[in-house]
Ligand binder design. Structure first.
Ligand SMILES: NC(=O)c1ccc[n+]([C@@H]2O[C@H](COP(=O)([O-])OP(=O)(O)OC[C@H]3O[C@@H](n4cnc5c(N)ncnc54)[C@H](OP(=O)(O)O)[C@@H]3O)[C@@H](O)[C@H]2O)c1
Length: 295
């Protein structure tokens, strides 16, 4: 359908990503999905005419530069996609007086300590990707419009390029798998992220004053990557999926070098989500089981 021929309720930016696909499953034809090549967030100057062709009730940005390690070399591109272009989309929404829904990351924090991060805690990104996402957050907040930023962590679904599908592949080919055990946080099922952020948006739209702000949204509970892997294999075994893996060994981050440093502490406090929207996110193991139904 040519751009501008319809007025969807939601305009979702992103089509092939984990979160965009989750929105496609939930929203169906209530939303128009704009992906590459029709929209390229690496070309901020071209965005406005594309957006102007739509009159949605809200814009949801599910697209981002997410190549965390590559961002160390492509910091400028990451900042254009996750920063400058996000600012332009948010400003467009503010001018139209419609909400802009966006996703950020645990990587905006330093990752030190053990305490769950609150929305108001000081940000101090450890890597280029985190810095680019923080630029986006700040530009959105500066618009003064109606906006919701959901900071999330460890996003996966049943088919994307993610930790779950990587473990599924490795578990079928290796007897012993070493996984980092000293980074703590919560895996987040993309379907839950889409579903609960839509619920929050629906609630926010009912308010006399739109509660613009940052909200932490991940599945509940805390784990580390190694225990996440063990739970994945336990659940796969319950489903009688044949696996070769017999042992999952915890290693330290220092034993698994990556171009971009990773935070040790990605725990989120989610009190604000409950207080403002009455949302309590499902436990991560329950979310994993729900996702496994699709495997
Ligand atoms: N994945 C995680 O673990 C994680 C953790 C914390 C926060 N987040 C945040 O959660 C949100 C959703 O992430 P996700 O896991 O769904 O990411 P994803 O699966 O990597 O998908 C990223 C999406 O962004 C699109 N995109 C990338 N560059 C683009 C460009 N130049 N122009 C237009 N679209 C572009 C991709 O389009 P194509 O399909 O065309 O490539 C894809 O649809 C993002 O804001 C991300 O920063 C993710």
């Amino acid at each position: 359908m040519p751009i501008g021929m319809n007025n969807p309720e939601f305009l979702v930016i992103g089509r092939g990503g984990q979160l965009s696909r989750a929105f496609a499953d939930i929203l169906g034809n209530q939303a128009e999905f704009l992906g590459q090549p029709e929209i390229d967030l690496a070309q901020p100057k071209k965005l406005l005419p594309i957006l102007e062709a739509f009159s949605p009730k809200a814009v949801i940005n599910a697209a981002a530069y997410t190549a965390v390690d590559k961002a160390e070399e492509e910091g400028e591109l990451a900042t254009i996609i996750n920063g400058e272009s996000v600012g332009i989309m948010a400003k467009f929404c503010a001018q139209k007086n419609i909400p802009f829904v966006h996703y950020s990351t645990d990587y905006v924090f330093s990752g030190v300590g053990h305490k769950p991060w609150r929305e108001s805690d000081t940000t101090l990104p450890l890597n280029a990707y985190g810095r680019s996402k923080l630029v986006g957050e700040k530009l959105i907040a500066a618009t003064g419009g109606k906006w919701l930023i959901f900071r999330t962590s460890w996003v996966y679904d049943h088919s994307g390029k993610n930790f779950l599908t990587t473990m599924l592949r490795l578990g079928k080919s290796l007897e012993k798998i070493s996984v980092v055990g000293d980074q703590f946080g919560a895996p987040t099922y993309a379907t839950h992220l889409a579903k609960y952020s839509l619920l929050a948006l629906e609630e926010a739209l009912k308010r006399a004053k739109f509660p613009s702000g940052i909200y932490h949204m991940a599945n509940s509970g805390v784990t580390n990557w190694c225990d996440f892997a063990r739970e994945i294999f336990a659940q796969l075994k319950q489903k009688n999926i044949p696996l070769k893996v017999k042992e999952v060994v915890a290693i330290k981050s220092s034993e698994y070098k990556t171009a971009a440093p990773r935070p040790h502490n990605s725990r989120f406090e989610m009190v604000k989500l409950k207080k403002d929207f009455e949302i309590i996110m499902p436990q991560w193991e329950v979310a994993l089981a729900e996702c496994m139904e699709k495997i």
